[in-house]
Design a protein around this ligand. Structure first.
Ligand SMILES: [Zn+2]
Ligand SMILES: [Zn+2]
Length: 333
């Protein structure tokens, strides 16, 4: 039994007809995820779901109850992206409310991975091995992560593809869909232009926190940068982010994200400037803090591989393979 006391969910009314539902997460450093309930005729549109774990439905019910709502009021479920904390409870919510699920069709990074967990994990180990993770660290990672589960109740795919042109109608007006891959290939944001509202999911968070799904699209870091341009072109007065409080200054936040990516790309560039390095050797240059091996391999290695891949596509880096291990070096521009 964990001694840690679990936080309770709660609802904050952001605007009349729009509630932020704070749902607790069991993750270190990420205490909760936000779902949003938006009034729509005789019920609500629910944006995102919370993670699937014991007690998750009770937490959602508790937050909805504070807003004077229940799960049965959900008329439509929309997911900003198919990560477990935003999608994990989709199946039970659909079952209870009879609502449809709309999400972006590029959700294989979750739906395919979670349908074949063994194969996905073997592939991850293989990538780690190729990236120069030493056997001992690899074994630690394996024992920490194997059979960890996905935090998803059941794999469900959307009733409708959430792509540009699709509109989500609510009492606060119509929301438009913009594709924002990078953090995840399935990521979209919802924009309400008359009110300048942006449901940003994990694309923009109050605190800059970079994360990419590696291996499901050609250039996650480059895609993320392009997606920052997408939201930069929208009129945004208030960002309703997937974690943390709503944020007002969109231009500053977008610029801070660009800077963070540029800065990390710079670190990777200098790490490979003097000689071939394995991706794993580059991880400590990218990640400031000392992380447990499982996180260095999971999160840190994915992020580093995304930057290397980005520099490879821009012609600034090249890799050579020897004995199944890849080593990267800078290329003369
Ligand atoms: Zn996410
Ligand atoms: Zn999230």
């Amino acid at each position: 039994m964990s001694a840690r006391r679990r936080e309770l969910s709660r609802a904050d009314r952001v605007l009349p007809g729009l509630w932020r539902l704070r749902l607790p997460l069991p993750w270190p450093g990420v205490p909760h995820v936000n779902a949003f309930a938006i009034a729509a005729v005789d019920g609500v549109v629910l944006v995102d779901t919370g993670l699937h774990e014991p007690g998750a439905m009770r937490q959602l019910e508790r937050a909805l109850d504070q807003a004077g709502l229940s799960v049965e009021h959900v008329r439509l479920l929309v997911c900003t992206h198919a990560h477990s904390d935003h999608y994990g409870q989709a199946a039970p919510i659909m079952e209870r409310s009879g609502c449809e699920l709309w999400m972006h069709p590029n959700h294989a990074h979750m739906t395919k991975a979670a349908s074949h967990p063994e194969r996905t994990f073997e592939r991850r180990l293989e990538v780690a091995r190729q990236s120069g993770v030493p056997p001992r660290a690899l074994a630690e990672y394996e024992s920490a992560r194997r059979n960890q589960g996905y935090g998803v109740a059941e794999i469900v795919t959307g009733d409708r593809d959430l792509v540009p042109g699709v509109e989500v109608s609510t009492d606060l007006g119509t929301w438009q869909v913009h594709e924002t891959p990078g953090h995840a290939p399935s990521h979209v944001v919802l924009h309400q232009p008359e009110r300048g509202l942006l449901l940003s999911g994990d694309h923009l968070l109050g605190r800059v926190s970079l994360y990419y799904d590696y291996g499901w699209s050609p250039d996650p870091a480059g895609e993320f940068l392009s997606s920052l341009d997408v939201v930069d072109g929208l009129d945004v007065q208030l960002i309703l982010a997937g974690h943390g409080r709503p944020v007002r200054d969109a231009p500053a936040l977008i610029e801070a994200n660009r800077q963070a990516v540029r800065e990390r790309l710079g670190r990777v560039r200098s790490a490979i400037a003097d000689g071939p390095r394995t991706p794993f050797e580059v991880v400590p240059e990218v990640i400031d803090t000392e992380l447990p091996p499982a996180m260095m391999i999971g999160w840190g290695l994915s992020e580093t591989l995304c930057y290397l891949r980005h520099l490879e596509l821009s012609g600034e880096a090249e890799k050579a393979e020897e004995d199944g291990t890849e080593r990267w070096y800078a290329r003369e521009p």
